[in-house]
Design a protein around this ligand. Sequence first.
Ligand SMILES: [Zn+2]
Length: 338
Amino acid sequence: MNLSCQIRCFDYNLSRDKLKGFTMKKNVVQFQKGFSLPDFFKEYGTEEQCRKALFDWRWPRGFICPQCGHTHHCVLGTNQLYQCYHCHHQTSLTSGTIFADTKLPLTTWFLAMLLVTQTKNGISALELMRQLGVSYGTAWSVKHKLLQVMKERDDAKRLDGIIQMDDAYWGGERHGGKRGRGAPHKVPFVAAVATNEQHHPIAMRLTKLMRFSRSEIACWAQKYLEPSCTVVSDGLDCFTAVTKAGCEHVPIVTGGGPGSVKHEEFTWVNTMIGNVKRALNGTYHKVSDEHLPRYLAEFCYRFDRRFNLPTMFTRLAYVAVRTPPMPLRLLVLAERSG
Ligand SMILES: [Zn+2]
């Protein structure tokens, strides 16, 4: 079973077990219970509890040597290294995962995952610093490693169905000056919302681009869209390139201006563009252009799992132990695009 299938099965079991009897009604997203602090500390309050949980998420069927795949092993010393009987390879519980080489207790990581997943619009590194009792640099690194987990998880999934698509821009001049397309110092990102036949939004992808060109859109569509989907966009020329990924394209010429925002074919994508800007401005003091892709991924990750708030913590942890290490030097490097 490949990684994607494993995660899907895990997600499905969690949803089935924990959301039994969970009925869809008004405000179901806002009023769902979440994972409370008392429940969290009962389950993951000690280092031992966290180690046990991490082991079970990483090796649900028991230890498997990452080098040779054998299962017979012993546990060595106070560092609790797992040594394979077959090839003698030694591995720690966190090596090869996003938690690799950490000097923080697992309890701190677990609390960070709780705060990142259970707060409405996410939590800034500054707030995380206060809540975890660590330095700002450590909080920033923890936060961005967890966002990287979210980003890599969603990068591996493609949107399907009817896709509302639009161009969007981050930053630049807040007041005055030109807005939207062609405005200086703004970072372009593509916004896409997949809807079902009832026109409800199912999943979302926000990706930073270098520019809105046919070649960029073609690459983006090949990576993030199923060939079976139908893309609805306005008349911006570059969007026609989604057909290069095998998608059907339905351009709707809106004439631009505020009136186009009201066009019902674009209701969801326009709402989401407004929501993500509000959320980022409200939560973060500053979102640097080079790290924008991770912040956008965080917003999408949260949106796509909004009906499963209580399980979001466990799902993030499960994927985190399957996400390769991301050293700080790579984390701070500017990303070329989403
Ligand atoms: Zn081995």
